[in-house]
Design a protein around this ligand. Structure first.
Ligand code: HEC
Ligand SMILES: [Cu+2]
Length: 453
């Protein structure tokens, strides 16, 4: 029989020598990152014990510009971080509930086979900890969420994330990986009503959210936070749906998915336009970004995208690919201009680069909170003629562009720029940055300058 102190010594030695557990599996501390970032791909080809620390936290954050909400979260973000393990790994999950929480929380991981997906043993009061150990037996992208009563409320307040169980052989290498989750939110105020918004049980019961969002905030992945890629690169999206109620008809405007893992499982579909992701489900989506531009990620139940916030952006940079995609501005037949659209575009490009890009940025995306985007601007595209007077006379006061409010000032360029230059820059902008096209003539600018209709 072994002497007890020798046993302890052996265990100590064991952990000193590379942290090997008694079963000889390495113990790895999972490094979690905030969405849309994901942990690095797994290069290990043998199983390990992966230690994951999640912390439930209730905190007030913005749901949209000027709209605050008391979110309940995993690790302070909506969604919580994506956990990444390998098929066959043992996951040792530590759940800590912040001491200032008002509620108990727990976790149900769809990657778990066991009662409640772990919820049965992880009920954790404020300031307490619990530990769940499970074997990740099946590969796939799985949702996790809080399952404390009332479950719909905990989920509606943002308590969800994903766990990727990589197949034993790993995933193919890609250029970019991003993680996003859709969720529906129920506020007492209407969409964009400002201030702190309370939870609305009536709207929850009717399944009529005031917001449908990617990553818990309108514009979470827009502008300078847009997902990035270059032409010819491969992008892998890990897309989950926390719900609690709405299914996502997930679509990227102007892209076709190379592959989609159906319902996050092992079956793969090819050349997909829109994929259905029900609440509590997730999908691994891969695409090749061929043509430069800004692409919109939407729920194609499209009212949600344009009127409830379910809109994210993927920005693809690189040289134009006219052999794959090109267009010409629609020129009105009745106009025959001394300045052709081609010249006008050249003039416009120069003016844009020298003047407009200082504020609206070279890619037309503007700067959040300061300069509205000219790229895919609903404000510009809905009335291009109004833009003539904006450039001539400047603009101030409140405007809403792509559902974001701006309360700023643009100087007048009428004194400084000629009619051909203003016509050129607007024609250039209308035919760039994924705008709808069209043209503005120097005569139209001249009329506006003279105050004629
Ligand atoms: C000094 C910074 C600045 C420059 C330079 C500038 N703008 Fe603006 N622009 C603004 C601001 C700020 C607003 C929003 C004003 C408001 O909040 O009322 C705006 C609004 C607009 C809008 C309407 C909103 C939208 O996004 O569709 C258009 C169109 C526009 N600008 C076009 C131009 C063009 C074309 C040029 C170049 C000739 C230009 N701007 C140069 C600051 C600038
Ligand atoms: Cu909870």
């Amino acid at each position: 029989m072994q002497h007890p102190s020798r046993l302890i010594l052996a265990v100590l030695l064991c952990s000193a020598l590379g942290g090997q557990a008694a079963d000889n599996m390495p113990r790895i501390e999972e490094v979690l990152v905030s969405p849309p970032a994901v942990p690095s791909p797994i290069s290990r080809r043998t199983p390990a014990t992966v230690v994951v620390h999640l912390r439930t936290e209730e905190k007030i954050m913005e749901l949209a510009d000027g709209v605050r909400y008391d979110f309940w979260t995993f690790n302070g973000s909506v969604p919580g971080p994506m956990i990444r393990v390998r098929e066959g790994d043992t996951v040792e999950l530590h759940l800590h509930n912040a001491p200032n929480s008002h509620m108990s929380h727990n976790i149900d991981l769809h990657a778990v086979m066991g009662p409640g997906g772990g919820a049965a043993v992880t009920g954790t009061a404020p300031g307490h900890d619990s530990v769940l150990t499970f074997k990740a037996m099946r590969p796939g992208l799985f949702v996790y969420h809080c399952a404390t009563a009332p479950v719909p409320m905990h989920i509606a307040n943002g308590m969800y994330g994903s766990i990727l169980v990589e197949p034993a052989e790993g995933l193919a290498k890609v250029d970019h990986e991003y993680f996003l989750m859709q969720g529906d939110f129920y506020t007492q105020g209407r969409y964009h009503d400002p201030g702190l918004q309370n939870f609305d049980t009536e709207k929850l019961l009717n399944e009529q959210p005031s917001y449908v969002l990617f990553n818990g905030r309108e514009g979470a992945l827009n502008g300078d936070k847009a997902l990035q890629s270059k032409t010819g690169e491969h992008v892998r999206l890990f897309v989950g749906n926390g719900g609690p109620n709405l299914s996502s008809s997930f679509h990227v405007i102007g892209q076709i998915f190379d592959t989609v893992s159906i319902e996050g499982g092992s079956a793969v579909n090819h050349n997909v336009q829109t994929t259905l992701i029900p609440p509590g489900d997730a999908s691994i989506i891969e695409m090749t970004t061929e043509v430069p531009g800004t692409y919109l990620l939407v729920d194609h139940a499209i009212t949600r995208a344009f009127m409830k916030g379910a809109l994210a952006q993927l920005h693809v940079s690189g040289p134009a690919r006219p052999e794959l995609y090109h267009g010409q501005a629609a020129t009105p037949a009745e106009h025959s201009e001394p300045v052709t659209t081609h010249d006008s575009m050249a003039i416009g490009k120069r003016v844009f680069t020298q003047i407009c890009s200082a504020c609206h940025q070279g890619n037309g995306m503007g700067l959040p909170g300061a300069f509205p985007p000219l790229a895919m601007s609903d404000y510009l595209n809905s009335d291009p003629h109004r833009a003539i007077s904006i450039v001539l006379h400047g603009l101030s006061g409140h405007i809403t562009v792509n559902h974001t409010g701006y309360e700023s000032q643009m100087p007048a360029f009428g004194p400084q720029l000629g009619n051909e230059e203003i016509a050129g820059v607007l024609t250039y902008v209308l035919n760039s940055f994924n705008n709808k096209g069209g043209s503005i003539s120097p005569e139209e600018v001249d009329k506006a300058r003279k105050g004629q209709p």
